[in-house]
Design a protein around this ligand. Structure first.
Ligand code: FCB
Length: 489
């Protein structure tokens, strides 16, 4: 099965008073990432990634947490697939850990393919297929082999070349059971949080390196797309971006420049080269004091310009900006943690004001309108490109109640409202083919360690026992009802 194209969309069909329904063949899934759930970091021939190094560096991750064990998905994947089957999910977005596949990769040589590493993912894919669940595989969800970082990481174009070779290895091994390969997850985070603010691995605080990483990640997408398409001509190639719905609190024209800068640095610096084959001139100008972008070589933009068959949108929260007047301390509530260095290169005049209203446990404001706006923008600016919501969800401080259940009504509300926002976009024509809830399981939330719970399945970190939360039952009911969204919680 391939995520089926939905043509005539009739979401007005009412199942119950006030209820709305998603199109038939809409793909219903959940998402995870290798380092956040697998554990078994020294098993099956795996070598360290930048997240192993980073999490083992004192002070980098809350509580000193690491992904060494995580939720032990490496050993418990059959149980986890059984949960997805029980929930009725039709698809699953997982990632492959690069250091499991080519553990001896170096900047100039991919090294031998580790058959044990491939065997793990092969077994996982077989289990999913047997459960009637279609896998969608992300090739890079931030776990760069440490040896590549030691040689320059994403500031070195050879990393992009090795990534393309690795991508072809995985695609060849997992096709045709896997038909959808997403090259990168959120290159914004890899580049700016990894190389500018340093709150993510590899923890560098070098703005020029971050912009070099932006380009080499774009190049990695382009080269890998070509390599996958050559190796598996039937494959669907995707790219997942954490695009921002950027706006100012009052919609003031005085804030237009702030909106433009952040839109450029977060959205257009990825969308324009990949979809249109050029970098936005205003972003090059905004960042010219940091770099002259001479790492973009002749011919690179043709290589980068690989339009994805499906564009993945990760959305959690709105991005509200204001022009900073410089007379008072700048507000920096951008949702990406306290940093001594900013990820917002070339945005000195921008501030991120605190937002009123409801927030999740991450401190992220809740506003589902942003999801509709982003999907409609992509549909308007890039018609013909299929869209998927590849991540959406919320952290709340869940507890197991006396009755043994987890009553996470806040998460149910969040999911209902955001699914409604997806439907709003579909109803006016956006070609949204599926939705992946972040996340199936509570997991290692990067620099927040295990302190933030995003799962619809609760994990007891002492016993690793899995318990379905109320949100899992709610989501399952929506999926099993063929995408009928109840009018109330
Ligand atoms: C996204 C990441 C994902 C998870 C969620 C909460 O930025 O892609 O791994 O951490 O945020």
């Amino acid at each position: 099965m391939v995520f089926t194209s939905v043509d005539a969309v009739d979401t007005q069909q009412q199942d119950e008073p006030g209820g709305r329904r998603f199109p038939a063949n809409f793909a219903w899934g959940s998402a995870t990432a290798a380092y956040q759930i697998e554990g078994a970091v020294a098993e099956g021939g795996r070598t360290p990634s930048i997240w192993d190094t980073f999490s083992h560096t004192p002070g980098k991750v809350a509580g000193g947490d690491t992904g060494d064990v995580a939720v032990d998905h490496f050993h418990r994947f059959r149980e986890d697939v059984a949960i997805m089957r029980e929930l009725g999910l039709t698809t699953y977005r997982m990632s492959v850990a690069w250091p499991r596949i080519t553990p001896d990769v170096g900047p100039d040589d991919l090294g031998p393919v580790n058959q044990q590493g491939l065997a793990f993912y092969r077994a996982l894919v077989d289990e999913l297929v047997a459960a009637g669940i279609e896998p969608a595989v992300t090739l890079y969800h931030w776990d760069l082999p440490q040896a590549l970082e030691d040689a320059g990481g994403w500031t070195d174009r050879r990393t992009a070349q090795r990534f393309a070779e690795y991508a072809a290895v995985v695609a060849t091994a997992l096709a045709p059971d896997v038909q959808t390969f997403i090259t990168l997850n959120e290159p914004w985070c890899s580049a700016y949080l990894g190389y500018a603010s340093g709150v993510h691995a590899p923890g560098r605080q070098e703005p020029a390196s971050a912009l070099s990483a932006v380009h080499h990640l774009n190049l990695a997408h382009g080269l890998a797309s070509s390599a996958i398409r050559a190796a598996v001509p039937t494959a669907r190639v995707g790219l997942t971006l954490n695009l921002a719905w950027v706006h100012s609190p009052a919609g003031e024209t005085a804030d237009d420049d702030a909106v433009r800068r952040v839109d450029g640095l977060q959205n257009r610096v990825f969308l324009d080269p990949v979809l249109n084959g050029r970098y936005p001139a205003d972003v090059l100008a905004d960042t010219s004091e940091v770099t002259d972008w001479s790492f973009v070589l002749d011919g690179d933009l043709e290589l980068v310009h690989q339009v994805p068959d499906v564009l993945g949108v990760n959305y959690y929260s709105p991005t509200v900006v204001r022009q900073w007047d410089g007379d008072r301390p700048r507000e920096t509530a951008d949702g990406h943690g306290d940093t001594s260095a900013t990820p917002w290169i070339g945005c000195d005049g921008v501030e991120f004001p605190e937002q009123p209203g409801r927030h999740t446990d991450m401190g992220w404001p809740i506003d589902p309108r942003g999801l509709t706006e982003l999907l409609l923008r992509l549909h308007r600016e890039h018609p013909g490109v299929d869209l998927m919501v590849t991540e959406n969800g919320a952290a709340f401080p869940d507890v197991v109640a006396a009755d043994g259940q987890v009553h996470d009504q806040d998460r149910v509300d969040y999911l209902r409202d955001h699914l409604g926002a997806v439907l709003d976009a579909i109803e006016v024509g956006a070609p949204v083919r599926g939705y992946f809830l972040w996340s199936l399981l509570d997991n290692f939330e990067w620099s927040f360690g295990y302190s933030k719970r995003f799962g619809i399945v609760h994990i007891d970190y002492d016993t690793l026992v899995r318990t379905l939360k109320d949100s899992a039952h709610w989501y399952s009911a929506v999926v099993k009802a063929g995408g009928a969204l109840p009018a109330d919680g």
